[in-house]
Design a protein around this ligand. Structure first.
Ligand code: MF3
Ligand code: CO
Ligand code: CO
Length: 270
């Protein structure tokens, strides 16, 4: 398969899926507090997606090549967990940071977004990591327009991040998205300007950098899903689903509760 170019009707459907994914996070926000278990958050999201939004939670039983089927409806990655943290019966505690990653399927179309949450009073270092990772994602988004190349996006994220002394995870990347959860192309969060695929109007893909406070190295836990930093340093991630427009980009995963834009961004649609 190659990169799909979405039609006007496809894009309308992806706008709906994207907004719904973001609205799950809006709904969940007041529940992300010390004492709540990630299983409870998973159940809240599952029921909201299925009963309120009439959506399918894309992660549930997702089993890409060789993987054991993912057992839950959302991913919850806490502190040194990089991504794909599996909800369980452990409670969040004061000072944790947690990435919550939501992917809905609405009328066959996928919307994929994640945010960082501070649980109670997080350390200055943890807050800074979450904020700069949000900025790193937006530095990538800001590059998006027809004619640039995927390497330009990766380069923008990598240089911003490494200049601050943080590291970019290499093993996981953004991805094309549409009728399938993970489509071509792979959207690396590091790279060289002017390299890789050229962006065309109508492409839709995610940008979802994982940034570590320590070294970039990761390892996978025995559950077959959860990824952690090898040095146990904190890791953060944010994710949006992005449409390439004739003049730039449109962020599809926005809703009333989306966080404020970084100062260097003036619009969610250019
Ligand atoms: N939502 C993740 C992404 O951004 C993928 C999660 S796959 C799962 O690509 F199976 F762990 F849910
Ligand atoms: Co994604
Ligand atoms: Co995601």
């Amino acid at each position: 398969m190659s990169i799909t170019i979405k039609t006007g009707a496809d894009i309308d459907a992806m706008r709906i899926a994207g907004r719904l994914a973001s609205e799950v996070l809006d709904f969940l926000t007041p529940f992300v507090k010390p004492g709540v278990t990630t299983d409870e958050l998973d159940k809240l999201c599952h029921d909201y997606m299925v009963d309120v939004q009439d959506c399918i939670p894309a992660p549930l039983n997702y089993a890409p090549g060789g993987h054991t089927p993912y057992p839950k409806s959302i991913c919850t990655s806490i502190n040194h967990q990089v991504c794909h943290g599996v909800p369980n019966d452990r409670a969040l505690k004061d000072g944790d940071i947690v990435n919550i990653d939501i992917t809905v399927i609405k009328n066959g179309w996928h919307g994929d977004t994640s945010r960082m949450f501070l649980v109670g009073n997080a350390s200055i270092a943890a807050k800074r990591l979450c904020a700069l990772t949000h900025d790193a994602m937006w530095h990538g988004i800001a590059k998006v327009k027809p004619g640039i190349r995927l390497g330009d996006i990766g380069h923008a994220i990598q240089t911003f991040t490494e200049n601050l002394g943080f590291s970019v995870v290499r093993e996981f990347c953004g991805h094309g998205i549409g009728l399938k959860f993970h489509e071509e192309p792979q959207v690396l969060h590091y790279g060289r300007p002017g390299t890789l695929e050229e962006l065309k109007t109508g492409m839709i893909f995610t940008i979802e950098p994982m940034i570590n406070a320590g070294k970039r190295d990761i390892k996978s836990l025995g559950d077959g899903w959860t990824i952690v930093t090898k040095d146990r340093s904190l890791s953060a991630q944010w994710e949006h689903t992005i449409l390439v427009t004739e003049t730039g980009y449109e962020v599809l995963t926005l809703s009333a509760g989306s966080p404020a834009l970084p100062a260097f961004i003036t619009a969610t649609k250019t």
